[in-house]
Design a protein around this ligand. Structure first.
Ligand SMILES: [Zn+2]
Length: 247
Protein backbone atom coordinates (compact mmCIF):
# COMPACT_ATOMS: atom_id res chain seq x y z
CA UNK A 1 0.00 0.00 0.00
CA UNK A 2 1.31 3.46 -0.80
CA UNK A 3 1.01 6.37 1.61
CA UNK A 4 -1.52 8.97 0.51
CA UNK A 5 0.32 12.12 -0.61
CA UNK A 6 -2.07 14.37 1.29
CA UNK A 7 -3.06 12.51 4.46
CA UNK A 8 -5.76 13.91 6.72
CA UNK A 9 -4.55 16.03 9.61
CA UNK A 10 -5.15 14.79 13.14
CA UNK A 11 -6.99 16.81 15.80
CA UNK A 12 -4.73 18.87 18.06
CA UNK A 13 -4.39 17.56 21.65
CA UNK A 14 -7.02 18.97 23.99
CA UNK A 15 -5.74 17.90 27.41
CA UNK A 16 -4.02 21.16 28.31
CA UNK A 17 -4.93 24.42 30.06
CA UNK A 18 -2.20 26.93 29.26
CA UNK A 19 -0.57 27.83 25.96
CA UNK A 20 2.21 30.30 25.23
CA UNK A 21 2.65 31.60 21.70
CA UNK A 22 6.15 32.86 20.86
CA UNK A 23 6.69 34.60 17.52
CA UNK A 24 8.95 37.20 15.96
CA UNK A 25 6.60 40.04 14.99
CA UNK A 26 3.27 41.75 15.58
CA UNK A 27 0.85 40.13 13.06
CA UNK A 28 2.60 36.71 12.93
CA UNK A 29 -0.11 35.11 15.04
CA UNK A 30 -2.90 36.93 13.22
CA UNK A 31 -1.67 35.61 9.88
CA UNK A 32 -0.77 32.24 11.40
CA UNK A 33 -3.29 30.87 13.84
CA UNK A 34 -5.53 33.33 15.69
CA UNK A 35 -8.72 31.49 14.67
CA UNK A 36 -7.46 28.55 16.73
CA UNK A 37 -6.62 30.89 19.60
CA UNK A 38 -10.19 32.22 19.58
CA UNK A 39 -11.54 28.66 19.76
CA UNK A 40 -9.21 27.85 22.64
CA UNK A 41 -9.98 30.94 24.72
CA UNK A 42 -13.72 30.32 24.15
CA UNK A 43 -13.17 26.94 25.81
CA UNK A 44 -11.65 28.64 28.85
CA UNK A 45 -8.00 27.94 28.05
CA UNK A 46 -5.34 30.53 28.86
CA UNK A 47 -3.22 31.79 25.98
CA UNK A 48 -0.45 34.38 26.31
CA UNK A 49 1.61 36.00 23.56
CA UNK A 50 5.33 36.72 23.58
CA UNK A 51 6.84 38.64 20.67
CA UNK A 52 10.57 38.78 20.11
CA UNK A 53 10.33 42.25 18.47
CA UNK A 54 7.90 45.15 18.20
CA UNK A 55 7.95 44.90 14.41
CA UNK A 56 9.51 48.34 14.19
CA UNK A 57 11.11 47.67 10.79
CA UNK A 58 7.87 46.41 9.25
CA UNK A 59 6.34 49.50 7.61
CA UNK A 60 8.31 51.25 4.88
CA UNK A 61 6.65 54.63 5.42
CA UNK A 62 7.01 54.75 9.22
CA UNK A 63 10.46 55.04 10.82
CA UNK A 64 11.27 52.51 13.54
CA UNK A 65 11.32 55.17 16.24
CA UNK A 66 7.58 55.70 15.76
CA UNK A 67 6.67 52.28 14.42
CA UNK A 68 7.44 50.15 17.47
CA UNK A 69 4.85 51.82 19.71
CA UNK A 70 2.25 51.85 16.93
CA UNK A 71 2.66 48.16 16.21
CA UNK A 72 2.60 47.31 19.91
CA UNK A 73 -0.79 49.05 20.19
CA UNK A 74 -2.12 47.21 17.15
CA UNK A 75 -0.84 43.90 18.52
CA UNK A 76 -2.47 44.36 21.92
CA UNK A 77 -5.77 45.23 20.24
CA UNK A 78 -5.60 42.24 17.91
CA UNK A 79 -4.82 39.88 20.80
CA UNK A 80 -7.81 41.20 22.74
CA UNK A 81 -10.15 40.30 19.86
CA UNK A 82 -9.33 36.59 20.33
CA UNK A 83 -9.40 36.65 24.14
CA UNK A 84 -5.70 37.19 24.87
CA UNK A 85 -4.85 39.86 27.42
CA UNK A 86 -1.19 39.03 28.11
CA UNK A 87 1.17 40.31 25.40
CA UNK A 88 4.88 40.65 26.16
CA UNK A 89 7.79 41.91 24.08
CA UNK A 90 11.36 40.65 24.34
CA UNK A 91 12.78 43.71 22.52
CA UNK A 92 15.06 42.00 20.08
CA UNK A 93 15.74 44.11 16.97
CA UNK A 94 13.25 43.61 14.14
CA UNK A 95 14.80 42.15 10.99
CA UNK A 96 18.03 41.04 12.59
CA UNK A 97 16.88 38.64 15.31
CA UNK A 98 19.79 36.30 15.89
CA UNK A 99 19.44 32.64 16.74
CA UNK A 100 21.65 31.83 19.70
CA UNK A 101 21.85 31.53 23.49
CA UNK A 102 20.52 35.05 24.16
CA UNK A 103 17.31 34.39 22.25
CA UNK A 104 16.94 30.89 23.73
CA UNK A 105 17.42 32.31 27.24
CA UNK A 106 14.79 35.01 26.76
CA UNK A 107 12.26 32.49 25.45
CA UNK A 108 13.12 29.93 28.14
CA UNK A 109 12.52 32.67 30.72
CA UNK A 110 9.10 33.38 29.20
CA UNK A 111 8.24 29.67 29.28
CA UNK A 112 9.26 29.50 32.95
CA UNK A 113 7.13 32.57 33.76
CA UNK A 114 4.02 31.24 32.03
CA UNK A 115 4.42 27.47 32.59
CA UNK A 116 2.49 26.34 29.49
CA UNK A 117 1.76 22.78 28.44
CA UNK A 118 1.48 23.85 24.80
CA UNK A 119 3.90 26.21 23.09
CA UNK A 120 2.98 27.74 19.74
CA UNK A 121 5.38 29.26 17.27
CA UNK A 122 5.57 30.15 13.58
CA UNK A 123 7.29 28.31 10.73
CA UNK A 124 10.98 27.86 11.55
CA UNK A 125 11.91 26.32 8.21
CA UNK A 126 13.78 27.99 5.37
CA UNK A 127 10.69 28.25 3.15
CA UNK A 128 6.89 28.34 3.37
CA UNK A 129 7.00 25.37 0.97
CA UNK A 130 8.45 25.30 -2.52
CA UNK A 131 10.51 28.40 -3.25
CA UNK A 132 8.65 30.88 -1.03
CA UNK A 133 11.57 31.98 1.14
CA UNK A 134 10.89 32.55 4.85
CA UNK A 135 12.30 35.52 6.78
CA UNK A 136 15.36 35.18 9.03
CA UNK A 137 13.46 36.39 12.11
CA UNK A 138 10.82 33.66 11.77
CA UNK A 139 13.48 31.00 11.32
CA UNK A 140 15.48 32.22 14.33
CA UNK A 141 12.51 32.59 16.67
CA UNK A 142 10.87 29.34 15.58
CA UNK A 143 14.04 27.32 16.08
CA UNK A 144 14.87 29.03 19.37
CA UNK A 145 11.33 28.34 20.64
CA UNK A 146 11.58 24.64 19.79
CA UNK A 147 14.89 24.56 21.66
CA UNK A 148 13.75 26.71 24.58
CA UNK A 149 10.92 24.27 25.37
CA UNK A 150 13.72 21.97 26.55
CA UNK A 151 15.97 24.69 27.95
CA UNK A 152 13.17 25.85 30.23
CA UNK A 153 13.19 22.51 32.05
CA UNK A 154 16.94 22.28 32.61
CA UNK A 155 18.19 24.21 35.65
CA UNK A 156 21.82 24.09 34.50
CA UNK A 157 21.57 25.52 30.97
CA UNK A 158 20.68 29.09 32.00
CA UNK A 159 21.38 29.09 35.76
CA UNK A 160 20.94 32.88 35.89
CA UNK A 161 17.20 32.34 35.36
CA UNK A 162 16.96 30.29 38.53
CA UNK A 163 18.88 33.06 40.33
CA UNK A 164 16.13 35.45 39.15
CA UNK A 165 13.51 33.24 40.77
CA UNK A 166 12.39 31.50 37.58
CA UNK A 167 12.27 27.85 38.54
CA UNK A 168 12.65 25.24 35.78
CA UNK A 169 9.43 24.29 33.98
CA UNK A 170 9.58 20.91 32.33
CA UNK A 171 5.87 20.79 31.61
CA UNK A 172 5.84 21.68 27.91
CA UNK A 173 4.30 18.65 26.23
CA UNK A 174 4.12 19.92 22.67
CA UNK A 175 5.44 22.67 20.45
CA UNK A 176 3.00 23.41 17.63
CA UNK A 177 4.35 25.22 14.57
CA UNK A 178 1.84 27.32 12.61
CA UNK A 179 2.45 28.11 8.95
CA UNK A 180 4.42 24.91 8.38
CA UNK A 181 4.38 23.42 4.90
CA UNK A 182 4.37 19.95 6.51
CA UNK A 183 1.53 20.13 9.05
CA UNK A 184 0.42 17.11 11.04
CA UNK A 185 -2.51 18.39 13.13
CA UNK A 186 -5.36 20.90 12.90
CA UNK A 187 -8.04 22.77 14.80
CA UNK A 188 -11.56 23.32 13.43
CA UNK A 189 -11.50 27.10 12.90
CA UNK A 190 -15.19 27.58 12.08
CA UNK A 191 -16.11 29.33 15.32
CA UNK A 192 -12.98 31.50 15.37
CA UNK A 193 -12.62 32.61 11.78
CA UNK A 194 -14.58 35.87 11.92
CA UNK A 195 -12.68 36.96 15.03
CA UNK A 196 -9.39 35.98 13.37
CA UNK A 197 -10.25 38.30 10.50
CA UNK A 198 -11.17 41.09 12.93
CA UNK A 199 -7.96 40.39 14.80
CA UNK A 200 -5.82 40.69 11.65
CA UNK A 201 -7.65 43.92 10.79
CA UNK A 202 -6.36 45.50 14.00
CA UNK A 203 -3.00 45.67 12.18
CA UNK A 204 -4.57 48.30 10.02
CA UNK A 205 -1.60 50.61 9.59
CA UNK A 206 0.54 47.67 8.53
CA UNK A 207 -2.06 46.32 6.08
CA UNK A 208 -2.79 49.72 4.55
CA UNK A 209 0.91 50.14 3.81
CA UNK A 210 1.11 46.61 2.42
CA UNK A 211 -1.73 46.51 -0.09
CA UNK A 212 -4.03 48.75 -2.15
CA UNK A 213 -6.90 46.35 -1.47
CA UNK A 214 -9.51 47.33 1.10
CA UNK A 215 -8.14 45.94 4.39
CA UNK A 216 -11.42 44.09 5.11
CA UNK A 217 -11.30 42.33 1.74
CA UNK A 218 -7.62 41.57 2.08
CA UNK A 219 -7.90 40.09 5.59
CA UNK A 220 -11.01 38.04 4.79
CA UNK A 221 -9.64 36.64 1.54
CA UNK A 222 -6.28 35.78 3.03
CA UNK A 223 -7.54 34.00 6.13
CA UNK A 224 -10.49 32.21 4.55
CA UNK A 225 -8.17 31.00 1.77
CA UNK A 226 -5.67 29.56 4.23
CA UNK A 227 -8.43 28.01 6.37
CA UNK A 228 -10.10 26.44 3.35
CA UNK A 229 -6.83 25.02 2.12
CA UNK A 230 -6.06 23.46 5.52
CA UNK A 231 -9.64 22.21 5.68
CA UNK A 232 -9.13 20.13 2.56
CA UNK A 233 -7.13 17.87 4.84
CA UNK A 234 -9.46 18.20 7.84
CA UNK A 235 -12.86 16.95 6.81
CA UNK A 236 -13.70 19.99 4.69
CA UNK A 237 -14.16 22.33 7.65
CA UNK A 238 -12.14 25.58 7.78
CA UNK A 239 -9.06 24.75 9.80
CA UNK A 240 -5.82 26.02 11.25
CA UNK A 241 -3.00 23.54 10.67
CA UNK A 242 0.04 22.95 12.87
CA UNK A 243 3.11 20.78 12.71
CA UNK A 244 3.20 19.22 16.17
CA UNK A 245 6.44 18.36 17.95
CA UNK A 246 5.71 16.28 21.06
CA UNK A 247 8.21 16.36 23.90
ZN1 LIG B 1 6.63 38.03 10.81
Amino acid sequence: MTEPTNPQLRPMPEDWRRALAVVAHPDDLEYGCSAAVAVWTDAGREVAYVLATRGEAGIDTVPPSACGALREREQRASAAVVGVSTVEFLDHADGVVTYGPDLRRDIAAAIRRHRPELVITLNHRDTWGGVAWNTPDHVAVGRATLDAAGDAGNRWIFPELTDQGLEPWNGVRWVAVAGSSTPTHAVDATAGLDRAIASLLEHRTYIEALTDEAPETYARNFLTGVARSAGERYGGRPAVAFELFPR
